[in-house]
Design a protein. Structure first.
Length: 211
């Protein structure tokens, strides 16, 4: 049993290493989807997937999937998160790259949801995975986002979502996000995210239909 387990561990590490060093040749759109908490980017991602058939990848979902898999890496990630520490940037990038390679043969494009969160993450992605095609930034005022999140907190019963903590989250997001988008003026598409879902998606379509 121990030998089998060791072989499984070695195979997992080998796959991770191969994915890390493999050069990716991608001929479909790579789209970063950015927006503050409450911006509605998740809803828009669902609509994009439905119309365009793109593959939706969320770093948070990939981390949870890895933890739930029970792999050695998943156990390490679980321990890191339980200690309240940040997951290493390289690990998140590895998970994204592995998911892209896995889905590439049948994908029409990739939506990278909520990534990069920091300027350095964007640079690493373009160096080790692929250049980004376009960046969709769902932009809404702090007042609008705060109201949406407070309403969400009322309906979900999340006591930690009070106005003070929400504004702190938005401040952190804006500081990091501004550093990210300032690096890509030619690829950035800023979408006003304060209309109806349909109005916002019409603006998305105007961008993606040209790709």
């Amino acid at each position: 049993m121990m030998n089998t387990k060791n072989r499984e561990c070695k195979c997992t590490r080998k796959r991770e290493y191969e994915a890390r060093k493999q050069k990716v040749s991608i001929n479909v759109p790579i789209i970063w989807v950015l927006g503050g908490p409450g911006s509605g980017k998740g809803t828009q991602c669902d609509k994009i997937v439905e119309k365009y058939g793109y593959t939706h990848l969320s770093s948070g979902d990939l981390l949870r999937k890895e933890v739930n898999s029970g792999s050695d890496r998943g156990k390490e990630l679980n321990a890191i998160m339980e200690r309240g520490e940040l997951v290493p940037v390289e690990v998140v990038l590895d998970l994204l790259k592995e998911a892209i390679l896995e889905n590439l043969p049948h994908s029409k494009g990739f939506l990278i949801d909520g990534y990069p969160r920091e300027k350095s993450q964007g640079a690493l992605f373009e160096k080790n995975v692929s250049p980004v095609t376009v960046i969709l930034f769902f932009d809404a005022s702090e007042d609008t986002l705060t109201k949406r999140l407070l309403h969400r907190a009322e309906t979900s019963g999340r006591a930690d979502d009070n106005e003070e903590t929400i504004k702190a989250r938005l401040k952190t997001f804006n500081e990091n996000n501004n550093e990210v988008i300032s690096q890509y003026p030619d690829k950035l598409k800023r979408i006003q995210a304060e209309g109806t879902v349909e109005e916002i998606f019409a603006n998305v379509e105007a961008i993606l239909d040209k790709l």
